[in-house]
Design a protein around this ligand. Sequence first.
Ligand SMILES: *[C@@H]1O[C@H](CO)[C@@H](O)[C@H](O)[C@H]1NC(C)=O
Ligand SMILES: *[C@@H]1O[C@H](CO)[C@@H](O)[C@H](O)[C@H]1NC(C)=O
Ligand SMILES: *[C@@H]1O[C@H](CO)[C@@H](O)[C@H](O)[C@H]1NC(C)=O
Ligand SMILES: *[C@@H]1O[C@H](CO)[C@@H](O)[C@H](O)[C@H]1NC(C)=O
Ligand SMILES: *[C@@H]1O[C@H](CO)[C@@H](O)[C@H](O)[C@H]1NC(C)=O
Ligand SMILES: *[C@@H]1O[C@H](CO)[C@@H](O)[C@H](O)[C@H]1NC(C)=O
Ligand SMILES: *[C@@H]1O[C@H](CO)[C@@H](O)[C@H](O)[C@H]1NC(C)=O
Ligand SMILES: *[C@@H]1O[C@H](CO)[C@@H](O)[C@H](O)[C@H]1NC(C)=O
Ligand SMILES: *[C@@H]1O[C@H](CO)[C@@H](O)[C@H](O)[C@H]1NC(C)=O
Ligand SMILES: *[C@@H]1O[C@H](CO)[C@@H](O)[C@H](O)[C@H]1NC(C)=O
Ligand SMILES: *[C@@H]1O[C@H](CO)[C@@H](O)[C@H](O)[C@H]1NC(C)=O
Ligand SMILES: *[C@@H]1O[C@H](CO)[C@@H](O)[C@H](O)[C@H]1NC(C)=O
Length: 822
Amino acid sequence: MGMRSSNRRSAAGSRGGGGVLALSLLLLLVLQHAAVPASGQASSDGIVIAQADLQGLQAIRQALVDPRGFLRGWNGTGLAACSGEWAGVKCSRGKVVALQLPFKGLAGALSDKVGQLTALRKLSLHDNALGGQVPPAIGFLRELRGLYLFNNRFAGAVPPALGGCVFLQTLDLSGNSLSGTIPSALANATRLYRLNLAYNNLSGAVPTGLTSLRFLESLSLNNNNLSGEMPSTIGDLRMLRDLSLSNNLLTGTIPDGIGNLSRLQSLDLSHNLLAGSFPLSLCNVTSLVEINLDGNRIGGHIPEAIDGLKNLTKLSMGRNVLDGEIPATVSNLTRLSSLDVSENNLTGGIPESLSSLANLNSFNVSYNNLSGPVPLVLSNKFNSSSFVGNLQLCGFNGSAICTSASSPATMASPPLPPPTRKISKKELIVAVGGIIFLFSLLFCCVLIFWRKDKKESAASKKKGAKDVASKEAGKPGVAGGKGSDAGGDGGGKLVHFDGPLSFTADDLLCATAEILGKSTYGTVYKATMEDGSYVAVKRLREKIAKSSKEFETEVNALGKLRHPNLLSLRAYYHGPKGEKLLVFDFMTKGNLASLLHARTPDSPPVSWPTRMNIAVGIARGLHHLHADATMVHGNLTSNNILLDEDNNAKIADCGLPRLMSAAANNNVVATAGALGYRAPELSKLKKANTKTDIYSLGMIMLELLTGKSPGDTTNGLDLPQWVASVVEEEWTNEVFDLELMKDAATGSETGEELVKTLKLALHCVDPSPVARPEAQQVLRQLEQIKPSIAVSASSSFTGEASHTTATGTTITDDTKSTTGTE
Ligand SMILES: *[C@@H]1O[C@H](CO)[C@@H](O)[C@H](O)[C@H]1NC(C)=O
Ligand SMILES: *[C@@H]1O[C@H](CO)[C@@H](O)[C@H](O)[C@H]1NC(C)=O
Ligand SMILES: *[C@@H]1O[C@H](CO)[C@@H](O)[C@H](O)[C@H]1NC(C)=O
Ligand SMILES: *[C@@H]1O[C@H](CO)[C@@H](O)[C@H](O)[C@H]1NC(C)=O
Ligand SMILES: *[C@@H]1O[C@H](CO)[C@@H](O)[C@H](O)[C@H]1NC(C)=O
Ligand SMILES: *[C@@H]1O[C@H](CO)[C@@H](O)[C@H](O)[C@H]1NC(C)=O
Ligand SMILES: *[C@@H]1O[C@H](CO)[C@@H](O)[C@H](O)[C@H]1NC(C)=O
Ligand SMILES: *[C@@H]1O[C@H](CO)[C@@H](O)[C@H](O)[C@H]1NC(C)=O
Ligand SMILES: *[C@@H]1O[C@H](CO)[C@@H](O)[C@H](O)[C@H]1NC(C)=O
Ligand SMILES: *[C@@H]1O[C@H](CO)[C@@H](O)[C@H](O)[C@H]1NC(C)=O
Ligand SMILES: *[C@@H]1O[C@H](CO)[C@@H](O)[C@H](O)[C@H]1NC(C)=O
Ligand SMILES: *[C@@H]1O[C@H](CO)[C@@H](O)[C@H](O)[C@H]1NC(C)=O
């Protein structure tokens, strides 16, 4: 019964009346036990206990079963009953004012003679195994403020006589087996501020009379068998902060009067049979922090006015029959951390604006009728379990790739303010086109499934005509050469470059995809093909790519780029609405940034030879790019150094700037700068060149050596400044990653290699571009520092070079050097 702890907390914060008794139960108990035996003192007044009280206690003792012997001291004449020797008994002027024996393993019953303790203010026997009835005689205890009998085995009815406890503030009988109805006479205990009858077997209606309890702050009647409607006068409970009626059989609608509960913070009506709509008046209850209406039959729309609930952190309305759209105004609920509207009938898209909910850590829109792309922030944060069951929703892990142009704003991972802000009207038009395309995508998937059915069971004859149509939908491109698949569902075009992959446009578009990450150029997916193999698919950001003609010229050149240290572009898809997908080899080990920085204590150390191998690989790939392909990378970071099974580096995003408009490339340069890889001169130049690439390479080498991210600053110094300052003071060893120092301790050569590599890296990040070496020089020096790597790496080079085709060597003829960033 985990949910009960919060109720107990509010008991501790009790109001004045209880005086000394208002401390938390456990605390009181602990204090009493600690103090009494140590001092051995009699209770403060030392007055002999009143006869009626002694008889009452003795009768109570007799009815109790005390397997653990807590009540051993309750013996003798009783003269000591008020002296503190009778565990759990507290007196004042010879009268028992408190009886507190929680968590004592007590069984048996509670004697009706408890009614003789006429001065009793607090009776706390919770968390025992007491059975039988709750004695109606408790109703005689006119002084009683707190009755805590929860978590026992009391059965029978809640005695109406309890209404006689006119000063009662807390009544907690939860977690028993009480049955029958809730007596309306409880309303006579007009001072009640906390009433908890949860987790029993109570039936019947919630008595309307309870709504006259004008001090009531917490009402918990959850997990019973209550039926009927909620009292329409519920709004009279002006002081109410917590209301839980969940897990009952309540019917009818949520009364409008609930909007009058101006102090309500937590409302839980989940798992009832409530119908009707979300009461608009509830949007006025600005104090609300949590709303749970799960599992009812609440229909209608989620009101737009819900954004009035500024303090709301949790909104659960799963398993209802809500329809209409998720209002964009939900994004005004800035404190929202949990939103669950799963299993409803909601339509429309997931509002992009929900991306702005920074505190959102639980999100569920599964099993609705939602459509369109999932905002990128959400698909990155939450797994498929949050989105499944919406046939037309795309762009989350495991869904179809969104190939429509409907979500330009979602692609803005790093800010690109000028392009994204201007074009919102156009975006709208594009979005409409996108939705149309989505339908055709769905159609494609249907065709594919249906065609599979055909193959397996050749029975159905009715659909013969459609079958012919579907066969025309797409044919595989010619693997190994250059194939164009201009069929496809919506008239898109798939072009294969050389390589082992063969798939059709509809294979690609219907592959399940998982988001791997996003970069300045677009979103990268891991797509699972029909045969179970993976490819990496990069969907280029719409707004920043070149127009179709230029794009195709450039992308065909990139498709010929082949080198063991460059990630191979295997195919591209150019959709009918201008969407552009690039298909690359999938690299199982992810990228260098996560190898170095996303480490857990269990991650195996990254050894020096591995790091050196990576550095050499990058240098080799970059040298090929600069010297042979005469291209500039322009955005070299540890994020786009991918690693194959054997930790060989593959540079990704090669030549991608050539696919982008000039404006976009300026922004890419700016972003790279923000990550710390940008050469200082780029702030003026705005145009990447080979020397700015070398600067980025130097930063990656520093990253490999220090284990620090270029974004990190130490004492206000950026990474190169910090390394330089440490080296200057001849504490060179302090800069290296601790893991490397372990390597260095075992091999004396390693230390020397580290220092040499560090010097080379610092040379690469020289503020003056002309002072920086060429990629070829970096490569040669690295190979000199660690000759063994040079050998093993070049053998892997020849190994893979043999299975790449002649296209790799023809690149220089095709691609005349327009620098990467025009
Ligand atoms: C009461 O119980 C205590 C503890 O068990 C014991 O020491 C004491 O002798 C008992 N007194 C009488 C009068 O039985
Ligand atoms: C509650 O109060 C009403 C009227 O004030 C009285 O008739 C009734 O007996 C009371 N019930 C109990 C259980 O005290
Ligand atoms: C509710 O009542 C039904 C039968 O009336 C019973 O089977 C069920 O156990 C009750 N639920 C609870 C929580 O006691
Ligand atoms: C709950 O009460 C109903 C009658 O109201 C009874 O049939 C049922 O057995 C009770 N369930 C439990 C678990 O006590
Ligand atoms: C809310 O309170 C106001 C003022 O007391 C009252 O007039 C109104 O009827 C209440 N609304 C409902 C629906 O109970
Ligand atoms: C919300 O409160 C305002 C002002 O208190 C009132 O005018 C309005 O009628 C209330 N709305 C609902 C739906 O109760
Ligand atoms: C919202 O919460 C803040 C503190 O969390 C509180 O100060 C404020 O009073 C709350 N607003 C309402 C309307 O209850
Ligand atoms: C959802 O809406 C559809 C179509 O309006 C309807 O057939 C279906 O019953 C609804 N589902 C629920 C759970 O209300
Ligand atoms: C609430 O959200 C809507 C839609 O996202 C927005 O237009 C409106 O300005 C927001 N209102 C406030 C008060 O923040
Ligand atoms: C989904 O919504 C569409 C229209 O928005 C409706 O035609 C269709 O019946 C809905 N499907 C379900 C399962 O509710
Ligand atoms: C999705 O995430 C939740 C936690 O947010 C986790 O419990 C669940 O196992 C995950 N499901 C999948 C399919 O990864
Ligand atoms: C979302 O809701 C569905 C259906 O209620 C559930 O199966 C799934 O586990 C939930 N996912 C998350 C992440 O809460």
